[in-house]
Design a protein around this ligand. Structure first.
Ligand code: MN
Length: 238
């Protein structure tokens, strides 16, 4: 961290973890990263610890190989390659969240697609991809802890915003930390709504036209939600 970085960006990245714990996206597991605006071939990710305990001093700089730029003795997330592989494959991605939220887990173990069923879920499209580690790697620990597995996951994400991981969780890509928080939370809300609606009857997903019109998440909506979720933490919104 130095003068070439906006002072708020590290605060936002630390706050994103607390918001996502508070909104039941992260628990003891999961992490959020930010592409370095001053060095697009690097990203910032915390050392391995519970997300609600992460402060800006825990953030480390990583290269696109998934290894820290400066040698460290701190414990590292074994799944940091998820972040490096997606930043390498997607120049448009500025922030990434990997999580195991209970809301999306049923979609990680059934053939039922997670699809956009509400305005705030339009970015999900008609069906999110489901990456199955067994397809290329057979029996694993269901952790994405090698660059090869992460590259395969990034291919499955394609140009989308969210990829489900069979028996594991999901990875969400956004243009900024605040946008990826929006997408992570609202993918869970959409998943909850879809599960409840399916108990009542046949679910009507958004049409392709509705998805196209609603896909781009409005900056004003991202900002409003960030302030709302931040206030729920008991922090004064800026
Ligand atoms: Mn995981």
């Amino acid at each position: 961290m130095n003068a070439e970085h906006a002072p708020d960006m590290f605060d936002d990245l630390a706050t994103a973890h607390r918001i996502l714990v508070n909104e039941k996206v992260l628990d003891a597991f999961g992490h959020v990263s930010l592409r370095d605006p001053a060095h697009p071939d690097r990203f910032w990710l915390a050392s391995a610890k519970p997300p609600n305990l992460i402060g800006k001093d825990d953030l480390l700089s990583f290269g696109l190989s998934g290894e820290p730029v400066e040698k460290t003795d701190l414990p590292l997330y074994s799944e940091r390659y998820i972040h490096s592989a997606i930043y390498a494959a997607r120049p448009d991605v500025g922030a990434i969240c990997h999580h195991h939220a209970p809301a999306i887990m049923p979609f990680c173990m059934t053939a039922r697609p997670l699809a956009a069923v509400s305005q705030t879920g339009a970015f999900l499209g008609r069906a999110t991809p489901l990456w199955d580690s067994a397809d290329e790697f057979g029996d694993t620990r269901l952790l994405v802890d090698t660059p090869e597995q992460a590259a395969s996951l990034a291919r499955s994400l394609g140009a989308g915003s969210l990829v489900l991981m069979r028996g594991h969780g999901a990875t969400v890509a956004g243009s900024s930390v605040r946008e990826v928080v929006f997408k992570a939370v609202y993918a869970c809300r959409d998943a909850d709504a879809l599960k409840e609606a399916a108990m009542l009857g046949v679910v009507t997903p958004l049409s392709m036209g509705e998805i196209e019109k609603g896909r781009a998440v409005a900056a004003a909506a991202v900002d409003r939600c960030w302030k709302y979720w931040q206030a729920r933490l008991g922090v004064t919104a800026v």
